[in-house]
Design a protein around this ligand. Structure first.
Ligand SMILES: Nc1ncnc2c1ncn2[C@@H]1O[C@H](COP(=O)(O)OP(=O)(O)OP(=O)(O)O)[C@@H](O)[C@H]1O
Ligand SMILES: [Mg+2]
Length: 233
């Protein structure tokens, strides 16, 4: 399963992290920018000798995900991926091979925003492509472009950061877009203004018992995960 979007900052990493945790799937981080899943997980490539992702891509091996407590297993990204992206076919083959070797039901892939080779590769091998979408003018325009360009992918639109009373015009626009493109829409994730930005943290859905503040968000994330399971079947 791939989480991708034409626009940055829409919640790809946030949703990918939680989906991977809930699906008990390895999270492959294909976003080389700081502020991605790798940092959030607490992995610092500076402190490591090896770059599992790059090593596997270069040598044709299978990366071993790092494990954490209350976090998804992770294949961390590396800044050098920016300039060392394999051809999309090679990346797609590698991802398929890794998924086979890992053997679980799901692999979750977090991507760099926009149309870069590694993102196309990740989308091409995914049974579900989750597209987080914010109900705002620019983001909906970016979604429209993506739907025009990529009608053949199994897209699942995931409205994210949805305010309590979303602007009617944006809701209408989203409804029109998805109907026109014939793509599915997942249950929404609301806007939680307290959601911490880019700090190292456990999965939001890993609390037991669940703090009152987190409970509504966790339950929306579980509903999203169910939609992914259903759609991916
Ligand atoms: N449902 C939400 N409610 C409130 N804030 C959110 C929500 N989802 C994500 N955010 C916040 O929005 C910001 C961007 O989220 P995130 O990093 O997941 O987006 P992204 O699409 O991965 O960004 P990038 O394009 O930089 O990779 C983060 O600060 C995150 O905490
Ligand atoms: Mg991200």
């Amino acid at each position: 399963m791939t989480v991708a979007a034409a626009k940055g900052g829409v919640g790809k990493t946030t949703l990918a992290y939680e989906l991977a945790y809930l699906l008990q799937a390895p999270l492959v981080d294909l976003d080389w920018d700081r502020g991605g899943a790798t940092r959030q997980w607490g992995y610092r490539h500076e402190d490591r000798m090896r770059a599992p992702l790059l090593d596997a891509l270069e040598r044709g091996g299978v990366p071993k995900p790092v494990r954490g407590v209350r976090k998804p297993d992770l294949v961390p990204s590396h800044p050098d991926l920016a300039d060392n992206q394999p051809a999309p076919e090679d990346m797609a083959d590698a991802l398929t091979k890794w998924a086979g070797e890992w053997g679980g039901d799901y692999v979750v892939i977090d991507t760099h925003p926009g149309g870069v080779p590694s993102t196309f590769a990740a989308m091409s091998v995914a049974a579900v492509v989750v597209v987080p979408t914010i109900l705002a003018t620019k983001e909906l325009e970016a979604l429209e472009g993506m739907l025009d360009e990529l009608p053949d992918y199994p897209l699942l639109i995931a409205p994210n950061k949805v305010p309590p009373a979303p602007p009617a015009a944006q809701v209408t626009k989203l409804t029109r877009l998805v109907q026109h493109a014939g793509v599915k829409v997942a249950p929404v994730v609301s806007n939680y203004t307290w959601l911490p930005r880019r700090q190292i943290r456990v999965a939001l859905t890993s609390y037991d018992p669940e703090p009152a503040r987190i409970q509504p968000l966790a339950s929306e994330l579980r509903a999203l995960t169910e939609a992914v399971r259903t759609y991916g079947r």
